[in-house]
Design a protein around this ligand. Structure first.
Ligand code: FES
Ligand code: MG
Length: 578
């Protein structure tokens, strides 16, 4: 049986539309919750893919959001079924939630494919849940809408606003420098994360929620409505209504996530001064839908774009302020007026990107600055090349110190994160503010999971001298809430024998962001000699998921997906289960 308003047979009818033993089986157990027979007779079945978990505090309100999606699905004549998938809590998962992004993506892909679903609403929030769900769902390619959980309200402490992540770094530095007491430190913890939602700086979660909107895979407004604002629930309800029609129109993910959508996302990333993590995630998502995307696209497309929003970690304000100022639609409109938006890119509400944002108002030009007087000019993520990073490295100019963007210095090298943590508090460490801190073995295979440790803490003795930034280089990532002149994602990583593995204390390194250069002043002959005596580190695991991850993870320049997960298999499952 087909859904009455379209000619196409619903996928779910291969389960529920059967009048035989298997039809009885598929329907009967779902009736144990009180589901009437008519729910199985041609209504689009909508999966509400939920990353709720108390271990992911940023997503702890998702049962409520799922309820609002459910109302919308019912209102539009669909049959909603909520299901859980792996959740990835950035705060508590060790060694890093990123290690499990691909595992969660596998979970999502297989859950979507294996079940009688016609469309999916993805509930995403804390950093890695967004890329994991988009990646997994893209490989199954049903009609899909992303709904983000929304940022927390502004943090308030001693009469000023504080931002999640960003002020953790600055306050822990103040504590180490003896400028605040332990009691004040604890008080700030309570003052910072005081409502439901994810980090309310323009960290990775807010960046990825913005990417959902810029890609057109979420509804307008998705990026910035606070989690505790009633309009977040309204957006979830509208997504529930809309996904039912998307099923009727067969508007699959691959029809939304086209090349033009990724170009819009990359330019938006520059305009919001978004997290460097989005580079890895967008590359991985593009790999799932078969859109060719490279690191150089980020540099080329981001170059003409100014950072328009004055948000932490680069600036002053927070996501709540961003929403009241007009949110992402105002930024997208500004890009469109400059010819920096693919106006015809499709979006999940059935309208083009430009139709959605052409009249978007800006209510506060301090928060969302005009393109002609931007918060920071030419602030797209820069892709560095050179003998230290043959496959690229990433730096976020909007979070860096202008005076360090062109800098040559002596390398102070740490082979492991443990060595670095011990050394930064060692008064005997031979380092000054002009040195370049180099951290190895923190990439995809090295950590493992490419942890957010690239923004190394500055040496305690330099902090006391008032030093607040230094050039830092690693194969790690950094938190989207962090800042500094930090070169990240060096590829290939040290653990697989990238040139980063060969850097030694006392070497000279040049960073020149204008020239997109990262150069190690050591001759090719000397590097070849060092390589001959280089011993690869022992792998982290001999069994289990981590073993599989180590055997198959791609380097950062390819999105750190698992090699066999790249691509899309669609959703057909021809066989019955009994
Ligand atoms: Fe969850 Fe920042 S810790 S979004
Ligand atoms: Mg993080």
């Amino acid at each position: 049986m087909s859904d009455s308003s379209s000619g196409k047979k619903l996928r779910s009818q291969a389960w529920f539309g059967r009048q035989d033993k298997m039809g009885f089986y598929y329907r009967s157990f779902l009736k144990n919750g009180g589901t009437p027979q008519d729910q199985f007779e041609g209504k689009p079945v909508i999966g509400i893919c939920n990353t709720w978990s108390e271990l992911t505090p940023c997503n702890a309100h998702f049962r409520d959001i799922a309820q609002h999606v459910r109302y919308g699905v019912l209102e539009a004549g669909g049959y909603p079924l909520e299901f859980p998938v792996s959740s990835l809590g950035e705060v508590t998962m060790r060694p890093t939630a990123m290690l499990y992004r691909n595992l969660a993506a596998m979970d999502v892909e297989e859950a979507v494919r294996a079940h009688p679903l016609d469309g999916v609403v993805l509930l995403m929030g804390c950093d890695k849940t967004t890329p994991a769900l988009l990646m997994g769902a893209a490989s199954a390619d049903l009609p899909t809408i992303g709904v983000s959980g929304g940022p927390q309200l502004n943090g308030h402490y001693h009469g000023r606003t504080i931002g999640s992540g960003t002020n953790i770094i600055s306050m822990s530095e103040q504590l180490r420098a003896g400028e605040i007491t332990l009691e004040e430190f604890h008080e700030a913890e309570s003052a910072m994360n005081r409502s439901s939602g994810h980090c309310m700086t323009m960290g990775t979660a807010s960046t990825m929620a913005s990417m959902v909107e810029a890609l057109g895979i979420g509804l307008p407004g998705n990026a910035a409505i606070p989690a505790s604002d009633a309009r977040r629930n309204e957006l979830a309800r509208m997504a529930g209504r809309r996904i039912v029609q998307m099923v009727r129109d067969d508007l699959t993910m691959s029809r939304i996530l086209v090349r033009e959508a990724f170009e819009n996302a990359i330019r938006t990333l520059a305009a919001i001064g978004g997290s460097t993590n989005a580079v890895v995630h967008l590359l991985a998502i593009a790999g799932r839908v078969g859109v060719p995307l490279t690191l150089d696209d980020f540099d080329r497309l981001g170059r003409e774009v100014h950072c328009l929003v004055d948000l932490m970690p680069s600036g002053r304000f927070l996501m709540e302020d961003f929403y009241y100022a007009g949110g992402l639609p105002a930024v997208l409109r500004s890009l469109g007026e400059q010819g920096l938006l693919n106006r015809d890119a499709p979006t999940v509400n059935g309208r083009t990107m430009w139709e959605n944002v052409r009249n978007a108002p800006c209510w506060n030009a301090d928060v969302i600055t005009p393109f002609q007087a931007p918060f920071k000019p030419d602030a797209g993520i820069a892709i560095l090349r050179g003998n230290l990073c043959p496959d690229g490295a990433v730096i976020k100019p909007s979070a860096a110190s202008p005076e360090l963007m062109r800098h040559t210095g002596r390398a102070v090298v740490f082979e492991t994160v443990e060595e670095m943590r011990a050394a930064v508090n060692d008064e005997a460490l031979d380092i000054d503010a002009s040195c370049i801190m180099v951290l190895k073995n923190c990439g995809p295979k090295g950590y493992p999971g490419m942890a957010e440790v690239g923004n190394m803490p500055l040496p305690a003795k330099l902090l006391r001298q008032g030093v607040r930034d230094m050039v830092r280089i690693s194969d790690a990532r950094m938190s989207g809430t962090a800042y500094g002149t930090v070169v990240l994602h060096v590829a290939p990583e040290a653990t697989v024998g990238g040139p980063l593995a060969l850097v030694r204390n006392g070497d000279t390194i040049t960073l020149d962001v204008d020239k997109r250069l990262l150069h190690l002043h050591v001759s090719d002959e000397e590097l070849a000699e060092r390589r001959a005596s280089w011993v690869p580190p022992t792998p982290h695991a001999e069994r289990g998921y981590v073993k599989m991850y180590l055997d198959h993870v791609l380097q950062a320049d390819r999105g750190a997906d698992l090699d066999f997960l790249v691509g899309c298999s669609g959703a057909p499952v021809p066989r019955d289960n009994h």
